[in-house]
Design a protein. Structure first.
Ligand code: CTP
Length: 216
């Protein structure tokens, strides 16, 4: 079984020294790569900038990227051959409309940046998903969590969505723990306790493997 995982943040450059990014560490995606590899899968881990070292497991091939466009290109090259897709990356929704060739100098009291929408990696690949392929997405929400997560499941053609609520202590960015709810396309919901990200990853792998057709 081949598994494609996106992880970490993306950095969208403004000029040669600045970028727009976010606080994602990549921990959840890297933990998923380890858990899938431990179950015998061949994993391609496509990671945005992260301080984590490449996972040592021989079943994991790590590709480093910076921008959403680069992450999309790398994921699109692997997706057709992967039976399982896991979109754990915190992709920047927007990027600067222009990248300045030289460092932007300080001038007026205010500075307005024009941003344009980035490619939605999960949704774009979701349109190409074959019936035997299985797609997992993440939803980080602050309100109406279940409704927003189910909306993402349908919009992005996920089979399973991992919901993090920022209202839960110990969930989300910059924690070694996470608290998730898994929602599937059949309407099944399972709420998990706060636990280390490695154990959350194992719960997600178990949920995916239980839903795969045998021959994948
Ligand atoms: N995702 C992606 N490419 C993007 C944005 C998101 O692949 N450009 C994936 C994420 O990896 C995650 C899922 O889509 O699995 C949901 O991401 P999220 O940022 O919560 O969704 P958005 O569509 O950006 O919705 P919103 O920001 O409005 O909540």
């Amino acid at each position: 079984m081949r598994v494609l995982i996106t992880a970490g943040p993306t950095y969208e450059p403004l000029d040669p020294v600045r970028f727009i990014g976010n606080h994602s560490t990549g921990k959840m995606g890297y933990a998923l790569a380890e858990a899938f590899a431990a179950s015998g899968a061949a994993v391609t881990l496509i990671s945005g900038p992260s301080n984590l070292p490449d996972p040592a497991h021989p079943g994991i091939q790590t590709q480093r990227v910076e921008t959403a466009d680069q992450m999309y290109a790398a994921a699109a090259a692997v997706a057709p051959e992967a039976g399982v897709w896991v979109f754990a990356a915190a992709v920047a929704d927007y990027k600067p409309a222009q990248i300045a060739a030289e460092k932007i100098k300080k001038s007026g009291d205010t500075l307005t940046l024009e941003l344009v929408k980035n490619v939605d990696i999960a949704a774009t690949l979701g349109k190409t998903k074959r019936p035997e392929q299985f797609s997992v997405g993440f939803a980080l929400e602050t309100n109406n969590e279940h409704a927003h997560a189910l909306d993402k499941l349908h919009r992005k053609n996920f089979d399973l969505v991992v919901l993090n609520s920022l209202r839960d202590a110990g969930a989300g960015f910059r924690h070694d723990t996470n608290k998730v709810t898994l929602l599937d396309a059949q309407g099944q919901t399972r709420i998990f306790e706060v636990k280390p990200k490695a154990e959350v990853a194992q719960d997600i792998v178990d949920a995916v493997l239980a839903r795969l057709p045998r021959e994948v």
